[in-house]
Write a protein that binds this ligand. Sequence first.
Ligand code: HEC
Length: 124
Amino acid sequence: MAHRWILPGFAAAGLLMGAAWAQGDEPKSIKDVMVAVHKGKDSTISKVKDGKGTEDDNKKLVKMYEFLATQKAPKGDEKSWKDKTEALVAAAKDLVDKKDGALDKVKAASNCKACHDVHKPPAK
Ligand code: HEC
């Protein structure tokens, strides 16, 4: 009875995927990215801006911002969104590559208000 052996295989794969998801690796929306790396005093972006970011923090930013750039802003001009999100990706990549001035680029590109004013719909 082959299925007895196949089912545990699926279960194991499910567990592995569950573990990856628990680390918050796979955002599904802009909000997921905001909550994962921006929200709160101890967010990844605050750490990084304070110069306390780790290599993993920097890589997480790249990953989150690359996803952000594939999303459509709920509000505002498409080109503006593209420019802002691509600037975030470029800045975070520079940080991973330890390029000069990378932190300043990240600080400029992650300006919360500058982006929210244009692209975040008013709270209901
Ligand atoms: C490149 C643009 C951009 C930048 C930069 C940005 N945000 Fe956002 N943020 C958005 C958009 C767009 C939304 C609204 C998403 C939606 O409603 O679908 C949002 C929503 C949020 C939310 C609400 C999430 C929720 O659960 O409803 C929080 C919190 C947030 N941002 C925090 C921040 C903080 C803090 C910063 C600065 C460190 C920041 N964001 C920088 C675009 C940005």
